[in-house]
Design a binder for this molecule. Structure first.
Ligand SMILES: C[S@@+](CC[C@H](N)C(=O)[O-])C[C@H]1O[C@@H](n2cnc3c(N)ncnc32)[C@H](O)[C@@H]1O
Length: 229
């Protein structure tokens, strides 16, 4: 007889991967989300010497792709999972020892950096789990440099709402909600990309998923804006 899948546990591991099941979840996410993550990194348009922050890096297998985008890129990843932290460190030993990549545990509500630190910030498949959309977006805006770009990627509500694990603590969004969130935090919307792809879901079945990437920049602020005119 086939073993019953505990969907609450699957959801819990996606939210906060832990132990051996967390490592396995990280490997599945690496495969399922590779295209979505690469498309988000492409959209950031990283230039030489930029400082990039990622929120929720999973097992961090995509960091080499990001670092190859330009010369002397500085990557920092924050995540709430100790298991993912260890996986990401192991997957990126050279970049970590060369001080090109830093992985840090965070509390999931605040971003432990000073104002105006990063040129680019991105996050893929984490917005479902943020405690407060408004507070976390304000944090992202705070640590982004004026003129810096932020890209938030997630699977659209309509393409994943029937998956059996999303009823356990996933916040599902459409593009408009995410765009308004960034605007309300004081950012300027640049573009919204929507793409369909065929992936293997965490429920093990093949699924046509639509992902959305919203991209926005941070205002220069009144004093800087006045200098432009
Ligand atoms: C569903 S996985 C996505 C991993 C990867 N970004 C991807 O798309 O494959 C969510 C990841 O974000 C982390 N995470 C969840 N909530 C977070 C938060 N509030 N702040 C930072 N990381 C978070 C989890 O520990 C996990 O590594």
């Amino acid at each position: 007889m086939q073993e019953e899948i505990n969907w609450k546990e699957v959801a819990g591991q996606l939210r906060h991967p832990q132990g051996q099941p967390g490592i396995e979840t990280g490997k599945r996410m690496e495969q399922t989300n590779a295209n979505m993550i690469q498309r988000t990194i492409d959209l950031l348009a990283i230039s030489d010497n930029e400082k990039v922050l990622e929120i929720g890096f999973g097992n961090g297998s995509h960091v080499s792709y990001l670092l190859a985008k330009a010369f002397s890129v500085h990557y920092t990843g924050i995540d709430i999972s100790e298991t993912m932290l260890q996986e990401a460190l192991a997957a990126n030993t050279a970049a970590v020892s060369q001080r090109k990549a830093f992985f840090i545990l965070s509390n999931g509500n605040t971003i432990p950096f000073a104002d105006n630190t990063f040129n680019k910030i991105f996050t893929v498949n984490t917005i479902y789990f943020w405690k407060s959309l408004q507070e976390y977006t304000t944090e992202i805006c705070r640590v982004l440099k004026p003129g810096g770009r932020c890209c938030i990627a997630f699977a659209s509500k309509d393409s994943i709402e029937k998956l059996p694990f999303v009823q356990y603590g996933f916040r599902l969004l459409d593009a408009g909600t995410a765009e308004n969130l960034l605007k309300d935090a004081g950012m300027i919307m640049e573009q919204t990309v929507e793409e369909e792809e065929i992936v293997k879901s965490n429920a093990g079945e093949t699924l046509t998923r639509r992902f959305i990437i919203v991209s926005a920049t941070k205002h220069f602020g009144h004093s800087d804006a006045q200098l432009l005119y």
